[in-house]
Write a protein of this length. Structure first.
Length: 314
């Protein structure tokens, strides 16, 4: 509207000068040209308004889509499974889960879950005849722990002989992250968090011999070495996209997957499986399976349990 007033003011001045000079024909022509110019400018303004409205509509759609993803993170993978008791959400179903043939996991928004100096105190793998399914990062009691990705809190619980105070967050990219040995919580079950948001305080609770953060990355309940995904020397993802691949044997679906980096092979235990049968299937030995998984030869396998069958290597 200001453009129209300015142009009309200019037009009035021109018209007045033309009248004084007695140039009636010239005034009429200028009036016509000025009206055309006003129309062109106003039309251009309308187009710009339409573009702005379109951008706003697109932004609103993106915000709504993001909100839905956070309300129902990775719903296409986990369905209605929102178990608030077990770290493995499929434990109550005896590990009854079907892995996709492959899945690209967007890790580009990763935020380091600690705010202090980055120091790894224990890596993923066998440890004192137990399988350590995460990576330990040094923190002091009370240090701020942050969400590694945006998502929704699935578990906020305490486990005396294991994680101590711990959180599980499910993310739209398909991963779930676990934060253990905490001294306190800053969020609760079903809370939505953004990458980098404070969610807890570092601690020394549960099965822990010193203050640290136990950090896990899981896909459909399956533990994945966080160091496959994250470069813990620099605190950034190795790649923006991490590819999870399910393998087939003789064209049949299996409970095996490989990572996109080290090609480590895993087997998800089903009814009737034994260490001997698994070792024979993957061309290894019972002793090697025990070494890789922190097991004894007399260990009773659980249905749904993940067994690592190769040491990896490219």
């Amino acid at each position: 509207m200001n453009i129209r007033l300015l142009l009309l003011a200019g037009f009035t001045t021109i018209s007045f000068s033309a009248t004084v000079a007695g140039q009636e024909d010239g005034r009429t022509e200028r009036t016509k040209l000025m009206d055309e110019r006003v129309s062109e400018l106003m039309a251009g303004r309308v187009i710009k308004t339409d573009i702005t409205t379109e951008k706003i509509a697109t932004l609103e759609e993106l915000l709504l889509e993001e909100q839905e993803e956070l309300l129902f993170p990775a719903d296409e993978l986990y369905g209605s499974n929102w178990d608030t008791r077990w770290v493995d959400p499929f434990k109550a179903d005896n590990g009854n889960v079907v892995f996709p043939d492959s899945c690209e996991i967007d890790c580009s928004s990763f935020v380091l879950p600690i705010t202090t100096e980055l120091r790894v105190t224990s890596k993923y793998g066998p440890r004192r005849r137990r399988m350590h399914r995460g990576i330990d990062l040094k923190v002091q009691v009370g240090d701020t722990i942050r969400a590694a990705f945006s998502g929704k809190v699935r578990i906020c619980n305490f486990e005396r002989r294991g994680y101590g105070n711990y959180l599980v967050v499910r993310h739209p990219n398909g991963l779930e992250t676990v934060y253990g040995h905490l001294s306190g919580f800053l969020v609760g079950v079903n809370d939505i968090v953004r990458a980098g948001d404070p969610i807890a305080l570092g601690g020394n609770t549960g099965r822990s011999t010193g203050s640290h953060l136990h950090f896990e990355t899981r896909f459909l309940g399956q533990a994945i070495d966080p160091a496959e995904i994250i470069d813990f020397e620099n605190g950034v993802p190795h790649k923006d996209l991490y590819v999870f691949r399910s393998l087939k044997i003789n064209g049949q679906n299996t409970n095996i997957y490989t990572s996109s980096t080290n090609q480590m092979v895993y087997h998800r235990v089903k009814s009737g499986d034994t260490l001997g049968a698994i070792a024979h299937k993957y061309g290894t030995t019972v002793g090697e399976l025990c070494r890789l998984n922190g097991l004894k030869t007399t260990t009773t396998l659980r249905i749904g349990q993940s067994i690592r069958c190769s040491a990896g290597g490219v």
